[in-house]
Each structure stands twice: as structure tokens, then as C-alpha cells.
Ligand binder design. Structure first.
Ligand SMILES: NC(=O)c1ccc[n+]([C@@H]2O[C@H](COP(=O)([O-])OP(=O)(O)OC[C@H]3O[C@@H](n4cnc5c(N)ncnc54)[C@H](OP(=O)(O)O)[C@@H]3O)[C@@H](O)[C@H]2O)c1
Length: 253
């Protein structure tokens, strides 16, 4: 699988369920690259398309916990189903096209990434981790600087020297935590004997004070399921900030 994405100078990818910039030259590049191939996306990205319709002349695979019966959409309701569906195609023909949660979970399963880097700050509410800082990734190509619709940008390609077959429970956990808007989550998961730790802070998580107990409970259940699947010895999750004790929950086993 390959990744394709346009980012601003802070690796922001979207704002209010839309792209940050309108750059026709980049949209042409996206269309030319993906047409005739397979595109893999999260349900929010499908909803961000015109009339919420799949992309023409491409196989559209969408991940959603809820079945989507839009014609032309192959819906997968779990990450396992998605990985199985993807395995039916030539890996070079499959493009991970977003959005942020999908990049977070699946970027390390991609062999390379076509990243359009825009020299601007787009005031994003969805960001991804910089591939410049991510272990295993190397910048191998940078185009001449270009300009379109008032934006300066370069086309780049990164290669992943450490391709994973499946997303780790940790990647999924981080995406769940960010989506649930928890204030903070600290988890230690023992995967294949290697302890990994993650802290999702209030700053990183899209904190929404309206989202409370129900979503936190969902997160907790997801963390527990992932921990069990990964054979974790112990997981601790806490939610709620210093001034928000009422929503605090803990779970350890
Ligand atoms: N810059 C770019 O190149 C680019 C490309 C694409 C999108 N974007 C932008 O990115 C933003 C959208 O990103 P996003 O993170 O909010 O949404 P997203 O990744 O497109 O979709 C998230 C949804 O995918 C489903 N999902 C994700 N992980 C799952 C899992 N492990 N199991 C089951 N379902 C799962 C869930 O759908 P359900 O809620 O239906 O269960 C979840 O709500 C928008 O602003 C969009 O414009 C930018």
C-alpha cells in the first residue's frame, strides 16, 4: 500500500472536515495517480467528497464501524476486515488517501508516501505525524518548487524502510484516543514481548468538553480489547483533566 497526502508546513491535513487548501495542480496529481487503482479511506473522508459519493474510476474501500451501503463503496467494519480486503489487490495499486485517523493507523503499513508539502499554515484541526521525524521513513525525492492558486508547494516522496504488515494495537489506540477527545491516556502494551508506552495529552487530543462519559467508556472498552488482543500485562487509562475530576475513570488488570 502507498500513502498519498497533502500537508501544510505543520503536517496539518484538514480543518472542519475539509482540505486546507484548494490547489488544482495537486488535485490533478491526486487524480492521475489514483485513477484505475484502489483508494482506502475513513468514513469522514468519504463524507467530505461531493455528495458523499465514492471517487470515480477507482475501487473505493471505506473503513467504518457502521455498515455503509453507498453504491460503489466497499465497506469494511473492522481493521482486520480492511487488511484482508486490501490483501486482494496488488500492493502498489492500493493508495491510503486519508483522513488523519487512517494515516495515523496505517502509514507504517505503506511502502512509500507521496506527500505534497504546502508552504503555508492552514490552521488545521487534523494533523499527522511528520514523516521527517518518524522512524524508518526517508525523504528520497523533492520536486522543483511550484505555485498554483497562490500557494507554493513541492511534491515529495518518502520511503518506508520498516513496513509493517498490520497496524499495531498502539496505533489504533492512539487514533481512538484522539477521536474520543479524552484529556489524557497513558497505556503500556506488551506487544511481542516489547513494552511500548504512549501518552496522549490534552493538547494532542481534540478535547471536546461536550464528549464525556459515553465516549470515555467506549475508549476504555476499546483499550481493554486491544490490550487483551496484544497480550498486555496491564493497561491504565485515565480521563479527565486536573479540574475535571467527575469524569475520571481508571482501569487496570
Ligand atoms: N490532506 C489530505 O491529503 C487529506 C486526505 C483525506 C482527508 N483529509 C482530511 O482529513 C479530515 C478527516 O480525517 P478524520 O481523521 O477526521 O477522518 P477519517 O480518517 O477520514 O475517518 C474516520 C472514521 O473512519 C472510521 N475508522 C477509523 N479507524 C477505524 C477503525 N480502526 N475501525 C473502524 N472504523 C474506523 C470511523 O468511522 P465511523 O465513525 O463511521 O465508524 C472514523 O470515525 C478531513 O478534514 C479531511 O478533509 C485530508
Amino acid at each position: 500500500m502507498r500513502m498519498i497526502c497533502v500537508v501544510d508546513s505543520r503536517w496539518g491535513v484538514g480543518r472542519e472536515e475539509a482540505l486546507l487548501f484548494y490547489i488544482p495542480a495537486d488535485m490533478r496529481f491526486f487524480k492521475e495517480t489514483t485513477t484505475g487503482n484502489v483508494v482506502v479511506m475513513g468514513s469522514n473522508t468519504l463524507r467530505s467528497f461531493p455528495r458523499q459519493q465514492p471517487l470515480k474510476d477507482r475501487v473505493n474501500i471505506v473503513l467504518s464501524e457502521t455498515e455503509i451501503d453507498t453504491p460503489g463503496v466497499i465497506c469494511c467494519t473492522s481493521m482486520d476486515d480492511l487488511m484482508e480486503e486490501i490483501s486482494r489487490y496488488d500492493p502498489d495499486s492500493v493508495f491510503l488517501i486519508g483522513g488523519a485517523s487512517m494515516y495515523d493507523q496505517l502509514m507504517d503499513c505503506c511502502t512509500d508516501a507521496l506527500i505534497t508539502r504546502v508552504d503555508a499554515v492552514g490552521d488545521a484541526d487534523r494533523e499527522i505525524q511528520s514523516l521527517d521525524d518518524r522512524e524508518g521513513w526517508e525523504l528520497v525525492e523533492v520536486s522543483e518548487p511550484m505555485e498554483d492558486n497562490g500557494f507554493r508547494f513541492v511534491f515529495t516522496r518518502y520511503v518506508n524502510h520498516n513496513v509493517r504488515e498490520n497496524p499495531t494495537p498502539l496505533d489504533t489506540l492512539i487514533a481512538e484516543a484522539e477521536e474520543s477527545g479524552v484529556q489524557a491516556a497513558v497505556g503500556v502494551i506488551d506487544v511481542d514481548g516489547n513494552a511500548e508506552a504512549v501518552e496522549v495529552t490534552a493538547e494532542e487530543a481534540a478535547v471536546d468538553p461536550e464528549k464525556e462519559a459515553a465516549e470515555i467508556a467506549d475508549l476504555l472498552a476499546a483499550v481493554q480489547a486491544m490490550g487483551q488482543a496484544a497480550g498486555a500485562d496491564a493497561i491504565e487509562v485515565s480521563s479527565g483533566g486536573e479540574d475535571d475530576d467527575e469524569t475520571e475513570e481508571d482501569s487496570t488488570w
